[in-house]
Write a protein that binds this ligand. Structure first.
Ligand SMILES: NC(=O)c1ccc[n+]([C@@H]2O[C@H](COP(=O)([O-])OP(=O)(O)OC[C@H]3O[C@@H](n4cnc5c(N)ncnc54)[C@H](OP(=O)(O)O)[C@@H]3O)[C@@H](O)[C@H]2O)c1
Length: 307
């Protein structure tokens, strides 16, 4: 099968298209023919081993050192179940699925095996594979951090970095939870963030949101502290909270992926795709994501869906 191999950490050019052996599912696994995956901010961090020195050891333990333990990177997939292991009960050949495999990777390829009890479920029926692939990464992270805020209907929420993969999901999920949403982004993304349901949009290139005199029950920094250190105490309500997308590593649950599927099917969560590249152009895709200004998601078409 075709796959993108990363045999050392470094710039996007370390990624190479190769022919490798197709995986065979174990008893409890399904083998998925992948139609689409994404290049996430996390993929670029892993590929470049791009973390502060304090995190080198945990990162090395998690992904391998001096080279990636799993040479096929990629965490997100949307595709079709091609075969199943002997004991698999919850999936059948032909099921259209989408999923997320944060620590095992392997989705920059034509096929990948996952345990049936992994982060895998049937894909939303109203979107294509590319759109489905644009849901899990930003959606799962946004859901996790918004839940930490215990958001109640009517509360006032600010999403900083509202145009990225996490930000575009956070704006929509916060609206679904009944919050009044303010989105902060750059000029080019104001219309996008407004279209996702933000009642107020603030252009961070022209104005500091903290100077508006508004108070928020929850401020979610979806850019992360490495790029945007925010002092927010003065803009929080008395019980207000401030959290950053890099505050800890979330534990994810399959129920959350199922909820995301339902939100997409109900029209409450729209997958946002900035650019789509074929698998062969993954180096260009990584170069683009490395810049840190994508709008929503960058999707990779692995195989064209002919249906
Ligand atoms: N805790 C965890 O375990 C975990 C897991 C995965 C990811 N993350 C983190 O989540 C973060 C977000 O991921 P993502 O995929 O959403 O990123 P992304 O799609 O690359 O989005 C970044 C967004 O941030 C905005 N931005 C960039 N620099 C900015 C600045 N200085 N000030 C304000 N906005 C800025 C950009 O908007 P403009 O173009 O408008 O500037 C862009 O839309 C990443 O940093 C990643 O490391 C954490």
């Amino acid at each position: 099968m075709k796959a993108i191999i990363c045999t050392k950490y470094g710039p996007p050019e370390v990624l190479q298209l190769k022919d490798v052996e197709k995986p065979t599912p174990k008893e409890n696994e399904v083998c998925i023919k992948i139609f689409a995956t994404t290049v996430t901010a996390s993929d670029c961090i892993v590929r470049g081993f791009n973390v502060p020195i304090l995190f080198w050891l945990p990162m090395a333990l998690a992904v391998g050192f001096p080279k990636p333990r799993q040479p096929i990177l990629g965490m997100v997939l949307a595709g079709e179940v091609e075969s199943i292991g002997k004991t698999v009960k919850s999936f059948m050949k032909g099921d259209q699925v989408f999923g997320f495999d944060r620590f095992v990777f392997g989705t920059y390829a034509e096929y990948k095996c996952m345990p049936e009890d992994g982060m895998l479920t049937t894909k939303p029926s109203n979107v294509n594979y590319e759109e489905a692939a644009a849901v899990p990464y930003g959606g799962l992270l946004a859901l996790h951090f918004l839940r930490k805020g215990n958001i109640q209907s009517g509360q006032s929420i600010l999403v900083y970095g509202a145009s990225g993969a996490v930000g575009t999901s956070a704006v929509q999920i916060a609206r679904y939870l009944g919050a009044e949403v303010t989105g902060v982004c750059s000029t080019a993304n104001l219309a996008l963030v407004k279209s996702l349901g933000a009642g107020t949009v603030i252009d961070y290139t022209k104005e500091d949101f903290r100077n508006r005199g508004a108070l928020y029950d929850f401020v979610f920094n979806a850019v992360g502290k490495r790029k945007a250190k925010l002092q927010c105490n003065d803009v929080l309500t008395p019980n207000g909270k401030h959290i950053s997308v890099d505050d800890g590593s979330p534990t994810l649950h399959i129920e959350e992926l199922i909820l995301l599927k339902e939100l997409v099917e109900a029209g409450k969560l729209r997958p946002v795709i900035d650019r789509c590249y074929p698998l062969e152009q993954i180096v260009e895709a990584h170069r683009y994501v490395d810049q840190g200004h994508k709008k929503g998601n960058v999707v990779i078409t692995v195989t064209q869906d002919e249906k």
